[in-house]
Ligand binder design. Structure first.
Ligand code: 5RP
Length: 229
């Protein structure tokens, strides 16, 4: 039986094989995306694949740089051919997503909104029939006045928790914001919630990725499953 890491790696490899030479590729963040970055570096070495990566976090930039993947910023490469990333929940049917458990949701959304194609990679544990079933929704907020923002977000019908780092201090994103992990429960209308959060003063971004994924590559014990919206 394959381990969860082996499944993540299988999905990552399948996505990496979709990349063609000369592409500009958004590099996601998280343990599954890290396998994709490694698989791309391997193809560069073994097949001479050429690509430019646009990383979605400092962490991913460091990994890609250490593997010799040429990088560009979103300012330098504003039009991406493809982005490959993991997710925390993938809604079967719509392919709407919850992302951000790894704290990179803002840069991920910026990079992936600029990609012609967003490919999501995961093991089967990430599939849900309704978003909000398993994960709290990460909501990135500015530090200034964060308690007032916390109250506004709470009034939308959730229980927010300020994310802490391993030292017990507030977790800081790459853009130096805080994250509220918001337990909304199963979401009947995630698109409406996304709009409400975007309209909330102090909220910078949220982890609902609505209508963005073009394909999800899911690794199962008996092979790869490809989902489309
Ligand atoms: C980071 C993310 C990740 O893609 C998501 O948390 C999945 O991570 P993993 O592959 O480690 O389960 O959204 O902000």
């Amino acid at each position: 039986m394959a381990t969860q890491d082996e499944l993540k790696q299988a999905a990552a490899r399948a996505a990496a094989h979709k990349v063609q030479s000369g592409m500009v590729v958004g590099l996601g963040t998280g343990s599954t995306a890290a396998f994709a970055v490694s698989a791309l570096a391997e193809r560069m070495q073994t097949e001479g694949l050429k690509l430019i990566g646009v990383p979605t976090s400092v962490r991913t930039a460091e990994q890609a740089r250490s593997l010799g993947i040429p990088l560009a910023t979103l300012e330098e490469q504003p039009h991406l051919d493809m982005a490959i990333d993991g997710a925390d929940e993938i809604e079967i049917g719509s392919l709407n997503l919850i992302k951000g458990a790894g704290g990179a949701l803002l840069r991920e959304k910026l990079v992936e909104a600029s990609a012609a194609e967003l490919i999501i990679i995961a093991d089967a544990s990430k599939k849900v029939t309704q978003l909000g079933t398993r994960f709290a929704l990460p909501v990135e907020v500015v530090r200034f006045g964060w308690k007032a923002t916390f109250a506004r977000v709470e009034a939308l019908g959730c229980t927010p928790v300020l994310r802490l780092d391993e030292k017990g201090d507030p977790y800081l994103t790459d853009e130096q914001h805080y994250i509220l992990d918001c337990q909304f429960g199963p979401m009947a209308d995630p698109a409406k919630l996304a709009d409400q959060l975007k309209g909330t003063v102090g909220v910078v971004e949220h982890g609902l990725f609505i209508g963005m994924a073009k394909e999800a590559i899911i690794a199962l014990q008996d092979g790869i499953e490809t989902l489309v919206p």
